[in-house]
Design a protein around this ligand. Structure first.
Ligand SMILES: [Zn+2]
Length: 100
């Protein structure tokens, strides 16, 4: 699963912690919808830039549909279409069971 935002990227470690906490509480991997809510509550990104995607779906509630580059570069943890050289300034990775 991958969560991308253009603003408030410095909150990435906080979101990572919140997702780990949720996974422990739920005793499963949070769904993309749940992760979207966690990220919003942690102030990671905003409605217009937050994209949560896993292998099958994208969760996005802003006005522009996420471009195909998000899917193309899904496997690159640091990829961000708006970043310098396509890389995020802030990245945090969370190891969860079962899901990429
Ligand atoms: Zn934003």
């Amino acid at each position: 699963m991958k969560i991308t935002a253009t603003c408030n990227g410095m909150k990435a470690p906080a979101v990572a912690d919140a997702i780990m906490g949720a996974a422990q509480t739920l005793n499963r991997t949070p769904t993309p919808d749940e992760v979207y809510e966690i990220a919003r509550q942690t102030d990671f990104g905003c409605k217009e830039c937050l994209v949560v995607m896993d292998a099958e779906e994208e969760v996005y509630h802003g006005s522009d549909i996420p471009g195909p580059k998000y899917r193309e570069h899904f496997a690159r943890a640091k990829y961000h279409p708006a970043g310098w050289r396509g890389e995020s300034e802030h990245t945090a990775e969370v190891a969860l069971h079962s899901q990429p």
